[in-house]
Design a protein around this ligand. Structure first.
Ligand code: URA
Length: 230
């Protein structure tokens, strides 16, 4: 939210007072004096006016988790373990998942409390490639490749999937790059050929790759550089 709107939303300041506070450089966001009314205030920002704290701010948090199979991509589930059960962090119920995976899909999962960041990662408009390793019940025929790049019509959503890149690795395994994250997307794509997906593993989301040495069920915080790449 713009800093002028943030200040005007507080009952104590009217618009004229907000303009004056900014002109007089009495407002600080994360310790920095701000005069531009467009300056972005986030839920994580600490906002002060003179010596008074208007918003405490809180740390933005980002984690990479190796989701194991047999675990639900939800924060709570009455029956099964959830990915949040694997995380041992204070205030973990503040966290959400950026791009869910099915119960039996394994691989890279990004978890954060920053909604803007996770939207950038998952919105189809951003066109960030998500790369999956896939194993199937039947042979993957070479003609699949063209169909994946043309797109599949999904009647439920009334849309055609964006071009996807399928690379055959063996007769029944492939690497697939898609830029969307529709419900059960990969399984539905192979379902078009009546070919059941037996194993699905997400290797990367945009520039972020699952660490080779991060065991299933384990996680680590992202580095500042990784956070900025999204
Ligand atoms: N597509 C699927 O079908 N399942 C997943 O878990 C991810 C992508």
């Amino acid at each position: 939210m713009r800093v002028d709107r943030f200040l005007s939303n507080l009952p104590r300041f009217n618009r004229k007072q907000v303009r004056m506070l900014l002109v007089e450089r009495r407002v600080r966001v994360d310790g920095q004096a701000v005069s531009d009314p467009h300056f972005e205030v986030r839920e994580f920002s600490r906002v002060e006016c003179d010596d008074e704290v208007l918003q405490e701010g809180r740390p933005a948090r980002y984690f990479m988790l190796h989701k194991p199979m047999g675990c639900v991509s939800a924060t709570v589930d009455p029956q099964h373990p959830t990915v949040l059960d694997l995380i041992d962090e204070p205030d973990k119920h503040d966290l959400h998942i950026a791009g869910r995976l099915d119960f039996n899909t394994s691989g890279l999962m990004l978890i954060t409390n920053d909604g803007q960041w996770s939207r950038r990662l998952t919105q189809p408009q951003t066109k960030l490639p998500k790369i999956y390793y896939v194993e199937t019940e039947q042979d993957i025929e070479p003609e699949y490749v063209e169909k994946f790049s043309e797109g599949f019509y999904f009647a439920f959503e009334d849309l055609t999937t964006l071009p996807a890149e399928l690379t055959l690795l063996s007769s029944r395994s492939a690497r697939l790059s898609i830029v969307e994250g529709r419900y059960h997307q990969v399984k539905r794509m192979f379902g078009f050929f009546n070919n059941k997906v037996l194993r699905l593993h997400r290797e990367s989301m945009g520039p972020l790759r699952l660490d080779h040495d991060l065991a299933p069920g384990h996680y680590r915080p992202l580095s500042p550089d990784e956070i900025l790449q999204i």
